[in-house]
Ligand binder design. Structure first.
Ligand SMILES: Cc1ncc(COP(=O)(O)O)c(C=O)c1O
Length: 444
């Protein structure tokens, strides 16, 4: 063997050796930050925000030279997704609280919620004075309709279906079940702006849908949210609740005259600066989700069939917004090794970003990681709502790990790759190469 052959052989051997074991990493440059909408912020956002600044009219309901940014955002949102009503609000968390109160949910009510979620879902239920009832997830990483049906009881009032990680689960079956059992359906679409299920945009299956425009979301203004619904009476409540408890006159002033709509408002209005940014982002949303979807599915298709690696069941890939690739590994130790090995290969973002994680590292997305739920915390001295007599039915509900077997297994064995909205072909190729290399070294 010539010395060149020996060198080449050495390189080939090293190419197979995992970086975590001293081999050469697939890449040395960090991947981009995951934040989907943020990568696309540019001239269009600046131009619309500047208009608001120059008009000195940042409040949506009145001002010296109102630019109508939030109004236009809502109008374009409705046109894009087919909702009858849409209302810009200050955050997804506020939107969830508004949805609960608009549906009149309170003590004595139980709201079904999946165990893979975000802390805001539970906090909205608890702050409304109701009781969260945990439901397991299925292979879509979303609410399992069979476990839901098993758990519906005399106190069940509503289902909070959370479309996690960019794509809905079996929302058609869940919506049919809610209709059949007379339950309200709230869709949490915070992570799925621009997603759909068999051609119907998310947020159109339930009574109310909510969206978030926080920094990690498909379109963003740093913070912001949207509430959508079709029912006129419900929407009047939504509008009053997001504001100061009352509707507004055409001149934008509070109208306390209607005894049918005198509520307690949440002070969660969207301002015009946020509306301007989101209007520019909404116009780019199909391109943002299109970029993520195509990168994600290129990675996924290249790895389909890899031994030991199971992908989330995405029922309608065309409707996937694409920001996450969710996987399950054979066990917890292999999930930890797989992720550590991928990071060592350079499948990691800049400091502070979250590109490649085990599900154990995914914090308040898992019910058993939410201390205020596990420990039944209250915002008031009397322990409300856990101590409310109307909630006595929930005394034995247990929120500790062990409550949901499927959730617990995916929490332990799962892994997640965030798909930035600006990945280059080279980035995608590196991810595929690294995943193949790590799968060969760790899973075979
Ligand atoms: C599923 C889900 N629901 C609700 C929220 C709350 O949204 P926000 O951060 O805008 O309050 C988020 C995001 O943070 C989320 O991921």
């Amino acid at each position: 063997m010539s010395s060149a052959d020996v060198a080449q052989k050495g390189t080939q051997l090293d190419a197979g050796r995992l970086a975590i074991d001293g081999g050469t990493p697939v890449r040395s440059r960090p991947l981009p930050w995951e934040l989907p909408g943020a990568h696309w912020i540019g001239e269009e956002e600046r131009e619309l925000v500047e208009r608001v600044v120059l008009a000195r009219s940042p409040f949506r309901f009145y001002g010296p030279d109102l630019q109508g940014m939030v109004d236009t955002l809502e109008a374009e949102w409705k046109a894009a997704f087919g909702h009858r009503h849409a209302l810009g609000v200050s955050s997804g968390t506020a939107a969830l609280g508004i949805a609960m109160s608009a549906l009149d949910i309170g003590p004595g009510d139980e709201v079904m919620v999946p165990g893979y979620l975000w802390v805001s879902c539970v906090s909205a239920i608890v702050r409304a004075g109701a009781i969260p009832r945990l439901v397991d997830i299925d292979d879509t990483f979303c609410l399992d309709p069979e476990d839901l049906e098993r758990k519906i009881g005399p106190h069940t009032r509503a289902v909070l279906c959370v479309h996690m990680s960019g794509a809905p689960g079996r929302i058609d079956r869940i919506a049919a079940l809610c209709r059949a059992r007379g339950l309200a359906l709230i869709e949490d679409c915070a992570q799925t702006a621009g997603a759909s299920f068999q051609g119907t945009p998310v947020g159109r299956f339930g009574d109310i849908g909510i969206f978030s425009f926080q920094l990690n979301k498909n379109m963003t203004a740093g913070d912001g949210g949207m509430v959508v619904c079709d029912d006129d009476t419900l929407f009047r409540r939504v509008v009053a609740l997001h504001d100061l408890g009352y509707p507004r006159t055409p001149a934008g002033r509070l109208d306390t005259s209607d005894p049918g709509i005198q509520l307690w408002g949440m002070g969660a209005r969207m301002n015009e600066l946020t509306g301007a940014m989101l209007l520019a982002q909404l116009r780019k949303l199909p391109r943002i989700t299109g970029a993520m979807r195509s990168a994600k599915w290129r990675i996924r298709e290249a790895l389909e069939g890899t031994r030991g690696l199971t992908f989330r069941n995405v029922l309608d890939p065309q409707g996937d917004a694409g920001p996450f690739l969710l996987m399950a590994l054979p066990d917890e130790a292999l999930a930890a090794r797989f992720v550590a090995a991928l990071r060592a290969e350079g499948i990691a973002g800049p400091a502070g970003s979250l590109a490649c994680l085990t599900m154990r590292e995914w914090g308040l997305h898992w019910y058993s990681n939410i201390p205020s739920l596990v420990n039944r915390r209250s915002n008031s001295r009397d322990g409300h709502p856990w101590t409310h007599p109307a909630n006595a039915f929930a005394q034995d509900y247990d929120y500790r790990a062990g409550a949901l077997p499927r959730c617990d297994a995916l929490h332990a064995n799962g892994a997640l790759l965030t798909i930035a909205s600006c990945l280059t072909d080279e980035d995608v190729d590196d991810i595929v190469r690294a995943m193949r290399k790590v799968a060969a070294g760790v899973l075979s």
